[in-house]
Design a binder for this molecule. Structure first.
Ligand code: 2X7
Ligand code: FE2
Length: 296
């Protein structure tokens, strides 16, 4: 079953400011609202017991053709953010639930999506995967599945991209149900994405952090309000325009995948936090499917 669905943004700044032993750079503080939001998320999920697997869709593993899945049981290495190598140099050692990854792959292929298992053991796992998984569960004590972002939005258009991601989400949900495992789904994308092009000399200087543009802030609030009201079909209807107007990271498809997997929730989502990182909009939002099932 899907234990929780989460919009789990991945600015490396949040890991940097948390100072985990795996990350080389050290920070004084920073982006507390978002980091405390992740704390609230972790507590909320913990109340439902230990998940069996985290399934993440990442905007920073970009594959030229189709949807790819990590397909090796263990990955160990150093992940460096190419734009912020001063903030994120993270030593990871993670396990993958290859059996369930393959089951999602097969469900997706069966409905005509182009798919591939990634079986190169020397592959370097991207920071969108690592950051979202780390912030959702810093213990790294359960296996993960990572799904790449295809180029459908760019090669065709936002509507085609969203349609593919709904199908991929539905395939993910079918495979999870058949497996009997308790999965947490992480859509690793930020929201609005116009941002500053110059970093302050002290990256965690919060006197320099703010929303980049009021127009894109209003768009983010509109989206979050629809989530809070359980109007996710309406949300997906306006998503192509939202993505265009705010240069949003929803163009990588993670949020649409999540809503497809959750079957377009009509129950309210819990917004644990909203905050800006170098001007981008980031929200930590949780859907608890037991509300739909009437268990809560
Ligand atoms: O990848 C990101 C992001 N999505 C948002 C903010 C800052 C950095 O990296
Ligand atoms: Fe990003």
């Amino acid at each position: 079953m899907i234990l929780a669905g989460v919009l789990a943004p991945h600015p490396p700044h949040l890991v940097y400011a948390d100072n985990p032993p795996q990350n080389e750079p050290r920070a004084e503080c920073g982006w507390e609202e978002l980091r405390w939001g992740y704390e609230r998320l972790r507590k909320s999920i913990a109340r439902r017991g230990k998940p069996d697997v985290l399934i993440v869709h990442s905007p920073h593993w970009r594959t030229a053709a189709g949807h790819h899945f990590l397909g090796v049981e263990q990955f160990k290495g150093l992940s460096v953010d190419p734009v912020f190598p001063n903030l994120f140099r993270f030593h990871y050692d993670l396990t993958v639930d290859v059996e369930l990854a393959r089951a999602i792959h097969d469900e997706a292929a069966a409905v005509g999506l182009q798919t591939k298992m990634m079986t190169n053991p020397a592959f370097r796992v991207d920071y969108g995967t690592i950051t979202a998984c780390h912030l959702a569960r810093p213990e790294w004590d359960i296996p993960i599945i990572s799904i790449s972002s295809s180029r459908a939005y760019y090669l065709f258009n936002n509507e085609v991209g969203d349609a593919q991601m709904v199908a991929l989400g539905q395939a993910t949900a079918r495979a999870v149900e058949k497996s009997g495992k308790r999965a947490v789904l992480l859509a690793s994308n930020s929201l609005s994405h116009r941002h500053f092009t110059v970093e302050p000399s002290l990256p965690e200087d919060m006197s320099k952090e703010h929303v980049y543009h009021h127009g894109q802030y209003l768009w983010d609030m509109r989206l979050l309000e629809l989530m809070r009201q359980g109007k996710t079909r309406e949300l997906v209807d306006i998503l192509p325009d939202y993505t265009e107007q705010t240069v949003a990271e929803t163009k990588e498809g993670s949020l649409t995948w999540l809503l497809g997997a959750l079957g377009f929730p009509t129950y309210p989502a819990e917004v644990h936090a909203y905050g800006s990182v170098i001007g981008t909009g980031n929200a930590i939002v949780e859907w608890d499917p037991s509300l739909q099932r009437g268990e809560a």
